[in-house]
Design a binder for this molecule. Structure first.
Ligand SMILES: C[S@@+](CC[C@H](N)C(=O)[O-])C[C@H]1O[C@@H](n2cnc3c(N)ncnc32)[C@H](O)[C@@H]1O
Length: 276
């Protein structure tokens, strides 16, 4: 996979040389190109921003450097024989970045990132390139960062670990939180040696060697954690997403099917809410 990042802070992307992503680069599984947007400015001050039309505080990133930068990156990638890229535009006003999107992006041959600063990029840039390639405007959370570079690191790491051969054990992301095998729910707690630490032991079942019981315990912990931390994930599960044992556990945790589910799209509710 090829990745291009255009930024005014190339040094912010240094972590792409480290750990899993760094190793994937060294092995040739990821071909990363970081570009300084100011390369495509033509004035003495290398200006990339200007005041917003309509007034208001802050500055807006200018069309011309971004247009020249993206045209150059595209020409280079096409010349190198890459397929059609997808443009990833980090913005707090984008769609939430999810594991589902990470999986879809990991199947693309080429991603181009446009992390912005100030109040963001003049809208015409996205509108222009959206006529040539798929554009994903993505938010990494409901908060506002000073710039999109941290979002690029987040998306890149989530995508890179899904590429074939990048994780040492190809099975390791199978049981991750949000994975299809987990029905999109959260992974429960994990433990390793020693079995006793500061008076704290580990659940007996994990030492039992009984695969069925261990799987059941893990599933119960998944339900426990998801109902506690992300009840919205449980609410959206299909009526048939849970087997008899799951339902028993959900009942203990105070959840039950919602008779109004077909109408509301929330198939599971806290028992106390259903009974109200
Ligand atoms: C200060 S923010 C601009 C915020 C913009 N005025 C708004 O309220 O939508 C500057 C840049 O940081 C990046 N950024 C900030 N928060 C982000 C988030 N939650 N997810 C992804 N990118 C973000 C984007 O590239 C954004 O253009």
């Amino acid at each position: 996979m090829r990745l291009d990042v255009v930024t005014i802070f190339p040094e912010y992307l240094e972590p792409l040389n480290v750990s899993l992503v760094g190793k994937a680069r060294a092995r040739g599984q990821l071909d990363v190109h970081v570009h300084d947007l100011r390369t495509w400015t033509h004035d003495r001050h290398h200006t990339v921003d200007d005041t917003p039309y309509g007034g208001g505080p802050g500055m807006v990133m200018k069309t011309e450097p971004w247009g020249e930068a993206l045209d150059t990156v595209l020409a280079d990638g096409y010349e190198a024989g890459h397929g059609r890229p997808a443009l990833i535009v980090p913005t707090p006003s984008g769609r939430p970045f999810t594991q589902d999107l990470a999986v879809r992006l990991s199947e693309q041959p080429w991603l181009i990132f446009t992390p912005a600063r100030y109040e963001g990029i003049d809208r015409r840039v996205v509108d222009e390139y959206a006529t040539r390639m798929p554009v994903h405007e993505v938010s990494i959370g409901d908060y506002v960062l000073a710039g999109g570079e941290a979002a690029v690191l987040v998306v890149t790491e989530a995508v890179a670990r899904l590429l074939p051969g990048v994780l040492g054990n190809a099975e390791s992301h199978r049981d991750d939180s949000f994975a299809p095998a987990m029905a999109g729910l959260l992974e429960g707690p994990v433990y390793t040696k020693p079995p006793l630490w500061r008076g704290r032991d580990i659940p007996d079942v994990l030492l039992s060697g009984h695969h069925g019981k261990i799987a059941r315990w893990r599933r119960d912990e998944t339900l426990r954690r998801t109902t506690a931390h992300r009840p919205d994930l449980i609410e959206r599960c299909a009526p048939d997403a849970f087997d008899k044992k799951d339902r028993e556990m959900l009942s203990i945790l105070g959840w039950q099917p919602d008779p109004e589910g077909e109408r509301t799209g929330r198939f599971w509710r806290r028992t106390e809410d259903v009974e109200e």
